[in-house]
Design a protein around this ligand. Structure first.
Ligand SMILES: CC(C)(COP(=O)(O)OP(=O)(O)OC[C@H]1O[C@@H](n2cnc3c(N)ncnc32)[C@H](O)[C@@H]1OP(=O)(O)O)[C@@H](O)C(=O)NCCC(=O)NCCS
Length: 214
């Protein structure tokens, strides 16, 4: 088993610790909140600040920060750390299904019940929450987030940093633009341009993502 350090100590970080437990020796979390240092979460220690992973060259790393209000945080931390791609772990929960021809990049996490059917490409530092279903030929860009219960039709594209909220449906062949956000439960029938929030069924423009990506 290889050592793993998880960046962040919030909900997604703790979910990733659980997903990794079968295949990795999880050493603990790193977080920039000094109040957390020396404490523990989910039975694992908070080892220090985020930059301390640079001094742990033998441990693989996965960055597990971000939420619907601030989903650019993962990219900012990866840029700040400047680690080579080979330092990043790919975490696949044992109860995820990854079909033939599927590729999952470094730093990405597939939580329990995720299904990648066939020839799905998932980039780097992508978060895929429980029970998401990504079907044939989907392409998911770096730093994207696929929340729980999302269904992507065949050949759908999520560009870099796109956030697809819980339970949303994306029609086959449709593209969600870079850093755009699809609200929970939405039904996306046509392409979403970059940098926009779309909601509803069928999904429509709500506003720009200025609040989230500031
Ligand atoms: C899309 C989203 C970001 C909008 O948040 P917001 O900007 O704070 O918007 P508000 O809650 O003020 O709602 C603005 C309007 O959009 C509507 N709306 C918001 N989210 C919606 C959704 N998911 N589907 C349909 N309509 C929605 C509201 O009803 C409101 O309509 P009104 O002006 O007619 O009353 C948020 O609702 C959302 O869905 N976030 C994703 C959450 C998620 O997936 N979490 C799972 C991971 S933890």
């Amino acid at each position: 088993m290889k050592d793993l350090v998880i960046v962040g100590a919030g909900g997604f970080a703790r979910e990733t610790a659980a997903a990794a437990a079968a295949d990795w020796r999880v050493l603990g979390f790193v977080d920039d909140d000094p109040a957390l240092h020396g404490t523990s979460r989910s039975g694992l220690p908070i080892l220090g600040g985020v930059d301390s992973v640079v001094d742990m060259p033998d441990a693989a790393v996965v960055v597990c920060v971000g939420n619907p209000r601030n989903y650019t945080a993962r990219q900012r931390i990866v840029a700040r750390l400047g680690l080579p791609a080979e330092r990043y772990a790919t975490i696949v929960h044992p109860a995820a299904v990854v079909g033939s021809g599927c590729v999952v990049g470094p730093g990405s996490v597939l939580l329990a019940g995720t299904v990648l059917t066939a020839d799905v490409t998932v980039g780097s530092h992508v978060a895929v929450m429980p029970q998401a279903v990504l079907t044939h030929d989907d392409r998911v860009g770096d730093y994207a987030t696929v929340a729980s219960g999302v269904r992507l039709g065949g050949g759908a594209v999520l560009e870099e940093g796109a956030y697809v909220g819980a339970g949303a449906l994306v029609r086959e062949g449709v593209t969600v633009g870079a850093w755009s956000l699809v609200g929970m439960g939405s039904v996306v029938l046509s392409d979403v341009p970059p940098g926009e929030v779309w909601v509803g069924g069928p999904a429509r423009f709500l506003r720009s993502t200025k609040e989230e990506t500031a």
